[in-house]
Design a binder for this molecule. Structure first.
Ligand code: SF4
Length: 364
């Protein structure tokens, strides 16, 4: 096989066949396994049927950073409310953000909406079938572009997520450390793409990753790729992929204030459209993030200390003290704060703060 394949020094088992023959036989076994054990997911179709590109687009944006079980009800709600790209593009972005609430990383929802508008205005409400064009849309990276091209158009696109990366690093025995590993896998991936069922192939790899070739456990004895998988002949295939040493996330410490009036409304402001938690509702807070408007008008208010909360973002951890404040509704709030009773669309950090503030028990 290739140089990348031999980085850990082990050869494939079927030396009497060409590398391509060996790979083709394994891919056939993988697709046969997928026919029997592949998951039925609401956005998925089996070749020769192909999934609507809109469904792949929605599900893949939702699945970035979120697990399948969480995404299923969101996908059902989105497709019912916005059955096609034009409907999504025509909807106010606030409605999309509200429906997205609970999935986190709101930039994905904004990008989804923006991409829908671009596709509606520039592509007549359809998706291009080439990954090179798809990748130009907001929120669509190489993986999602490849997924749409492969799943919806059966194109021989490169589709590499963390799961496929794991399976193929073991199959080819590639010991390159993450994140450089992705480039090595991308170089070798086209060798595996079958002549037919190109839409099923990456989805079969994903299901194999989820059911058999798992991060901490490799079920090589029941794996359709075991015949010539390099790592299957080692004591511990899970040493791949090689991860870089972990560095602890920086911690930001802050305070959040939940003003409640006699009607049970809470005081919020809307965050800037771009950046962390862009466009979502938030409580006045300080320390962990610089985007809260000034709230020195709260000086002198009686604070009730509640249980602190912790929230982990991709690049840092926020440790936040929570205070609840009783406030008269008739005392007007300075701009940009306003009262709301609608808290279902709060992002999870603010939902945690609210839950702590409304809990009868104070800080331990
Ligand atoms: S044979 Fe084992 S290590 Fe190789 S892909 Fe299958 S489960 Fe993973």
């Amino acid at each position: 096989m290739t140089e990348a394949h031999l980085k850990l020094g082990t050869k494939p088992s079927k030396q009497n066949k060409t590398d391509k023959d060996v790979i083709d036989a394994d891919v056939t076994a993988l697709l046969h396994w997928y026919d029997i054990h592949g998951r039925d997911l609401p956005w998925r179709r089996r070749w020769p049927d192909l999934a609507p590109a809109y469904h792949v687009f929605l599900s893949e944006l939702m699945l970035q950073q979120t697990v399948v079980a969480t995404v299923i009800p969101y996908f059902a709600r989105f497709t019912e409310r916005w059955p096609n790209l034009s409907a999504l593009a025509a909807s106010p972005v606030e409605d999309v953000l509200e429906a997205w609430s609970g999935l986190g990383y709101y930039a994905r929802a904004r990008n989804m909406h923006k991409a829908a508008q671009i596709l509606t205005s520039e592509y007549d409400g359809t998706f291009p079938d080439a990954a090179e064009l798809l990748i130009k849309l907001p929120g669509i990276g190489p993986y999602t572009a490849g997924a749409i091209a492969a799943f919806a158009f059966d194109k021989p696109a490169i589709v590499i997520d963390g799961n496929i990366e794991r399976v193929l690093s073991r199959y080819f025995g590639i010991g390159t450390e993450l994140p450089a590993l992705k480039a090595d896998i991308a170089a070798i991936y086209p060798e595996m793409i079958p002549a037919t069922r190109r839409s099923d192939f990456p989805q079969a790899l994903m299901d194999l990753a989820s059911q058999i070739c798992q991060p901490k456990k490799a079920g090589c004895d029941i794996c359709p790729l075991s015949h010539s998988c390099v790592a299957s002949r080692w004591n511990d295939p899970t040493i791949l992929p090689v991860k870089p040493a972990k560095t602890p996330k920086p911690v930001r410490v802050g305070k959040a204030f939940v003003l409640c009036n006699e009607d049970g409304d809470v005081a919020v402001f809307r965050r800037a459209e771009t950046g962390l938690l862009g466009g979502t509702l938030a409580f006045p807070s300080s320390g962990w993030d610089k985007s809260s408007p000034e709230f020195d008008w709260l000086e002198g208010a009686t604070l009730k200390a509640k249980a602190p909360i912790t929230h982990v973002f991709t690049h840092f951890r926020a440790d936040i003290e929570v205070f609840q404040i009783e406030w008269q509704k008739q005392t007007s709030l300075p701009e940009p704060f306003f009262w709301t009773s609608s808290t279902t669309a709060l992002p999870s950090l603010m939902a945690k703060i609210l839950k702590s503030a409304l809990n009868d028990q104070g800080r331990n």
